[in-house]
Design a protein around this ligand. Structure first.
Ligand code: FAD
Length: 477
């Protein structure tokens, strides 16, 4: 397999840039096996759509792009679909929709590849992550004697490992996912007085996600549930146009302009106090097809995101930490609550807090989504043994550049939440922590590493990010 000419590679967020020595666009499994044979003593990483914000795709060795692996095959039972690793989720959803089917769970956008999304535990709200729904995978890896081979993994601990592997087990060639009959989602946006009011509505709105609004610190619930029948509301088309134009474009443009270009804290404040309330229509209750309703155009404006998952029992203190620290970062005189201060003192991070005071003004709604427990080893909502608990993903997004002030605050939040609240960071988003710090958060991590050693004895699929964030070994690139 001949590499094509190499060029610089950049991820969606623009924070990862590198130039691999070799870039490959294989057309079939034989091509992939030849690449593995050729690079058995080097480093191989795979790129999907490049939408993750960490160094997962980075390599100075060989970079493989599976964009030609896009075959979609629905199984006769109509409950499973086998998909080429490089197929974009949007293409798969469109294919399924034409046949009255869909995926049980998707994220906010559909531009990712199927393998990229499952590799990192991509999730929506109210269901498991996409990784949980993987029924089997075909993966190119190394055998005991170091020869390249294709394995089909469909059961046991190996399946729990490949479902979310951050590319550490090999080159995923094909993913078989569960699919379900198409369903419709009924939704509205409604202001809630506090977190209790949001959570009180969770049982009635199982697909709910909610936002903690910076500056006002009010709660906005995106109340969502599966509609009793598949009937589109009369105003669904108008609602789609409203959401695209008002929320996805104009509101984001306003935030980008005021926070990133003008750097005006006062104007951002005005957006959240005056403009956002008049853009929300709580009386609009709209039903539409799931894949239209659940997706947004978050990919229109470049940004950087970190996302921390916390178990249900620590959601409340986690949101207290997030809002208190962001307020102290915004206003140097802000007094954090006693509970949050105790956590910071227990970690000996009081000086670090002083350093970030007044250094960064957060300007984007903090989205919180519930993710059901996954049957995986290391996805963020993975569960272990009999333990079955829901996790809540708390997302922090910035549109400002340079990103260092945001990153300093996000690192502080990540450290505090991981060490005192059992948080886990999203494998596809910005991740400032090293493996030592996350060791205790993932009971399945030792089993995962042992399986990696069986699929990749020489560590060919490891790069610096994986060494630092997952394996806790010395940099290797
Ligand atoms: C605008 C935007 C919105 C987002 N919304 C959400 C959301 O709602 N929910 C959520 O959970 N996440 C979300 N994400 C994160 C995104 O889903 C993940 O980062 C996902 O991994 C991106 O998929 P990708 O195809 O771009 O993969 P890449 O970023 O290209 O790769 C991700 C990882 O998977 C590995 N990989 C990719 N393909 C293969 C393969 N064939 N074999 C082995 N390893 C492979 C890569 O090496 C890398 O480590 C969002 C990202 C963006 C930019």
């Amino acid at each position: 397999m001949q590499p094509r000419g190499t060029s610089h590679v950049r991820n969606f967020g623009g924070n990862i840039r590198f130039r691999p020595r070799n870039q490959y666009l294989p057309r079939d499994e034989e091509d992939v096996l030849r690449i593995l044979a050729e690079h058995r003593t080097g480093t191989i990483r795979v790129i999907g759509a490049g939408h993750s914000w960490n160094g997962g795709i980075e390599t100075s060795g060989a970079l493989v792009d599976l964009r030609h692996f896009r075959r979609i095959q629905i199984h006769p039972d109509r409950r499973r679909v086998s998909v080429g690793a490089g197929c974009r989720i949007a293409e798969l959803l469109a294919h399924l929709a034409r046949r009255g089917l869909t995926l049980p769970s998707i994220g906010l956008i559909a531009r990712q590849t199927v393998a990229g999304a499952t590799a990192t535990g991509t999730h929506g709200s109210g269901r498991h992550s996409m990784s949980h729904y993987v029924e089997s995978m075909r993966i190119a890896c190394y055998g005991k004697g170091g020869e390249a081979e294709v394995r089909r993994v469909d059961s046991g601990e190996a399946l729990r490992a490949v479902r979310c592997s951050v590319g550490a087990l090999g080159v995923v060639l094909e993913v078989t996912l569960k699919c379900v009959p198409q369903y419709y989602v009924r939704e509205r946006c409604v202001w809630r007085s506090d977190l209790d009011a949001v959570l009180d509505n969770e049982a009635a709105a199982a697909l709910q996600q909610f936002y903690l609004i910076p500056h006002t610190w009010a709660y906005l619930e995106h109340e969502r549930s599966v509609a009793p029948d598949n009937r589109r509301s009369g105003i669904a088309m108008l609602y789609r146009v409203y959401w695209l134009v008002v929320i996805d474009v104009l509101l984001h443009l306003g935030i980008k302009l005021t926070a990133s270009m003008l750097r005006s804290r006062r104007l951002v404040d005005l957006i959240y106090r005056r403009l956002l309330p008049v853009c929300i229509f709580p009386k609009w209750r709209v039903t539409d097809r799931s894949d239209r309703q659940l997706l947004m155009r978050h990919d229109l404006f470049r940004h950087l995101e970190m996302e921390a998952f916390v178990p249900r029992e620590t959601l409340r203190p986690a949101l207290a930490v997030v809002s208190d620290i962001l307020r102290a970062a915004d206003n140097a005189d802000y007094e954090v609550s006693a509970g949050v201060h105790d956590r910071i003192r227990s970690l000996d991070l009081e000086d670090a807090l002083e350093n970030i005071r007044g250094s960064y003004s957060h300007h984007y709604p903090i989205c919180v989504r519930r993710v059901r427990p996954d049957d995986t080893l290391i996805s963020m909502s993975s569960c272990h043994g009999v333990e079955r608990r829901d996790w809540y993903a708390i997302s922090l997004i910035t549109f400002t550049e340079p990103r260092l002030p945001f990153q300093n605050v996000a690192r502080f939040l990540a450290t505090t939440m991981v060490r005192t609240l059992g948080a886990r960071l999203h494998w596809g988003k910005w991740d400032p922590l090293d493996a030592r710090q996350i060791e205790d958060s993932y009971p399945g991590i030792a089993a995962f590493r042992a399986i990696c050693a069986r699929f990749d004895p020489q560590g060919v699929f490891r790069n610096r990010f994986l060494e630092e964030a997952l394996f806790g070994t010395s940099p290797h690139q």
